[in-house]
Design a protein around this ligand. Structure first.
Ligand code: GLN
Ligand code: ZN
Length: 764
């Protein structure tokens, strides 16, 4: 039986994004939004039915986020939104994005990353008084079930539909309690709401319901294990005659293999990209049915159909196919839509790729081969085999010089010439910076004008000369502005970069960008991760021309700006034929070359951004140290080739530091800037605890908000920071890049920031 756990929502041409944004701009009304989104959903259901999958998910669609759908669907609406309750759509988007009106200002709910993906979900807010009510969830289910059933009927198909729900335990664990109560205490109440959906499902003739429980791949306390047992016993009792399909994904299920088989569920889904077939064997022997997530829902490579078939055949010699689903490792939400949209791609590379629709075809191919025999689909299988062989042998993939260089990385390359205490002195001599030096994180506002010029150059409708002139003009403007405001360490403003990862990706051999490979990041926002397909090489120096031009305009130090190896890796689709760590080292060498070029140009400060360092952490804590080890090493390979007098900065933007404090110290960057303004500097506690010796710039301007902080406010934050770190260590800077802000805001906020630093210098 072929199936997938969920399908991308955006649409082939990001139709959902367009309709949402038109609705938010009041160009279409709520009714049109509902109609258009329903049409999009129906199109997707139709595609899935035609693909031949035997069972397809429904209710996995969401206008904004599936966790928000659970919050609203189960009525867990925080009190501040209650006044909007009569207008469901308004309520929903007020929770997602906040609402600003003439005399009210409703804040959005908080967002966070969905496990180790780049998708953001809305964090449920609970209190001990939270009540649940499934009315809206039933309504949503009704729409999606009826819609799909109608299409199946029209087509005369036999496809089964399987409603998807976020499992109750994961729903609670994803949330936060705002009154100190324990979220798990809400379980009995929440289960009641889940159970009252059962009757509706039976009425609709539903045979199977999918419960997503990604928390099942974590190490679970005794209490949580018990909660899982109770929850699914209660669910199973209520869903009489309906099969419970329990979905886990994103890490190795082996740690809870015994637990899942003790749960009162019928089908257990295992992510076979992250778990082994042995674990699947173990579970299959102890449960009614198993769902084998063999097709990678997190990456874009064609599957090795032949080798999968032999593994599956071996597995099926012990288990009957009737008791197995063959499917995607997780929801296809994290994959782009259709590789056939990539007409610009190098044909050789395009042949190796598989986006959502192709993944569905792969599942179909596997199930046909398993049920009707491989001969029945021999031609397709042969095509896969040939494509795989071409990929394995491709000279675009394998470059001996790159492999050799990586193999020659040694300890010495990961070490600065002298320890920080000595470097500090030579840097001080060279840079002559005041106490509390002021700087920014790199980007300045990206105006429509800049985007237009970049786009024109990309389309080759303007010459390189014209493009360079415009970018230089922008750099000059940014430099003049910083001089005028009185910042101490300047930046060039990054006008030439569309995105901090894609920009470098486009300039490395071994990387390709897609034209339509969009993946939802949050709400209507999508990202287009570049694809790393081969050993990485740099054609020529990338940043030198811009940074040295910027430096030529000022006597103040110009900070060179680069993206670090882990962030480039994390925000790209990566190779699956070599370990992630090896790709990280390949990138590290290229960043090292960039740094060397900048240093030769006389640039004295270079920042290597690693905002994604933390999110690369594997879910299971036993795997953290292995990851952190190569993550640190790759940063150090990138940044340690410089002279003592060159100051290396890094930047991170998230606030949970404790967990990776050791790693931050190990990076041995001379200066680190971090997002901090929302946390009232409390995160500096960790730096104090570890007596972090290097310099730190805790952000004092929240760049995610249009608000302009006053000088006094920033002084206050700096005073707080001084409780944790010495004056000699403290830098003054915003939380992150200023790319998304308006010039007027930036201008006012940075002037206040510089005044705050001046105040401290004079009143010390
Ligand atoms: N240098 C980048 C910028 O200023 C850093 C962005 C980030 O941390 N996400 O935009
Ligand atoms: Zn940042």
């Amino acid at each position: 039986m072929g199936t997938i756990l969920g399908f991308p929502r955006m649409g082939q041409r990001r139709e959902l994004k367009r309709m949402l944004e038109s609705y938010w701009k009041n160009e279409i009304d709520a009714q049109s939004l509902m109609q258009e989104s329903s049409a999009l959903r129906q199109k997707h259901v139709s595609l899935l039915i035609d693909s031949g999958l035997s069972e397809i998910p429904v209710n996995d669609f969401s206008l904004y986020d599936h966790v928000l759908d659970s919050i609203v669907g189960f009525g867990a609406i925080p009190p501040r939104y209650k006044p909007l309750q009569d207008d469901f759509i308004r309520l929903y988007f007020a929770m997602a994005r906040g609402e600003r009106g003439a005399n009210h200002n409703t804040k959005a709910m908080e967002m966070s990353k969905w496990f180790d993906t780049n998708y953001h979900y809305i964090i449920p807010e609970f209190t001990r008084d939270t009540l649940f009510d499934p009315t809206l969830m039933i309504q949503k289910l009704r729409h999606s079930i009826e819609e799909a059933a109608q299409i199946i009927k029209e087509k005369g198909a036999t496809t089964k539909i399987r409603p998807v729900l976020l499992g109750p335990i994961s729903f609670l664990l994803l949330g936060k309690s705002s009154d100190g109560s324990k979220v798990l205490d809400l379980l009995p109440r929440l289960l009641e709401a889940y159970c009252s959906i059962a009757e509706f499902c039976t009425e609709k003739g539903i045979a199977t319901v999918q419960f997503d429980e990604p928390y099942l791949v974590y190490t679970l306390s005794k209490e949580l294990q018990e909660a899982y047992k109770t929850a699914y016993k209660t669910v199973k009792d209520a869903y009489k005659g309906i099969e419970i399909f329990l979905a886990s994904y994103f890490d190795d299920l082996a740690i809870n293999a015994d637990l899942v088989t003790e749960l009162a569920v019928d089908i257990i889904h295992i992510d076979l990209q992250r778990s082994s077939f042995e674990t699947a064997e173990y579970i299959a022997k102890r449960c009614k049915a198993i769902s084998l997530g063999v097709i990678d829902g997190r990456n874009i490579w064609k599957a090795h159909i032949s080798s999968l078939l032999s593994t599956l055949n071996a597995f099926l010699s012990e288990h009957s196919l009737q008791r197995c689903y063959i499917g995607s490792s997780c929801s296809l939400l994290h994959c782009p839509f259709d590789v056939r949209g990539e007409t610009e791609l190098d044909a050789e590379i395009a042949e190796w790729l598989s986006f959502s629709l192709q993944k569905v075809e792969e599942i179909q191919l596997l199930t046909s081969a398993l049920s009707k025999g491989a001969e029945s689909v021999a031609t397709s299988i042969a095509q896969y085999d040939e494509a795989m062989q071409r990929r394995e042998r491709s000279t675009q993939v394998h470059r001996a010089e790159v492999k050799k260089r990586v193999s020659e990385i040694d300890e010495a390359m990961m070490k600065r010439k002298s320890p920080y205490s000595e470097r500090k002195e030579t840097q001080k001599q060279r840079l002559q910076l005041p106490l509390f030096p002021t700087t920014t994180i790199g980007s300045y506002p990206q105006t429509a004008e800049i985007r237009k010029i970049r786009a024109a150059f990309k389309k080759q409708s303007i010459s390189y000369q014209e493009y360079q002139d415009s970018m230089r003009e922008e750099i000059r403007k940014v430099v003049d502005f910083q001089e005028e405001v009185g910042l101490d360490v300047l930046v060039h403003g990054e006008p030439e970069r569309n995105d901090m990862v894609e920009y470098f990706g486009e300039r490395f051999d071994g990387f390709v960008s897609t034209s339509n490979g969009w993946v939802q990041s949050y709400g209507s926002r999508c990202v287009k991760p570049p694809i790393i397909y081969g050993d990485l090489q740099r054609k020529t120096s990338i940043t030198k021309e811009w940074i040295s031009f910027a430096q030529s305009l000022t006597k103040k130090p110009m900070k060179g700006m680069l993206t670090g190896p882990v962030t480039i890796l994390q925000w790209s689709f990566v190779r699956n034929d070599i370990p992630r760590s090896e790709t990280a080292f390949q990138i590290a060498l290229l960043v090292r070359d960039e740094i060397e070029d900048l240093e030769k140009e006389g640039i004295g400060i270079i920042q290597v951004d690693e905002p994604a360092l933390r999110e690369g952490l594997p879910l299971q804590s036993e795997k953290h140290s292995e990851y952190l080890d190569w993550a640190v090493k790759s940063f150090r390979v990138a940044s340690s080739g410089v002279e003592d007098t060159t100051q290396i900065h890094t930047h991170m933007c998230y606030s949970e530091f404790n967990e990776i404090m050791r790693t931050i110290i190990d990076l041995d960057a001379d200066v680190i800037s971090i997002e901090a303004s929302r946390s009232d500097m409390e995160l500096l506690e960790a730096f104090k605890e570890h007596s972090y010796p290097n310099e730190i710039g805790p952000g004092i301007y929240d760049i995610h908000s249009p608000r302009i902080p006053s000088t006094e406010e920033m002084i206050e934050l700096l005073q707080l920071a001084r409780k944790y770190i010495n004056d000699e260590q403290l830098w003054v800077n915003p939380d992150c890049g200023l790319k998304t802000r308006q010039w007027e805001e930036v201008s006012l906020a940075l002037r206040n920031m510089v005044s705050a630093a001046h105040f401290l210098r004079t009143r010390k």
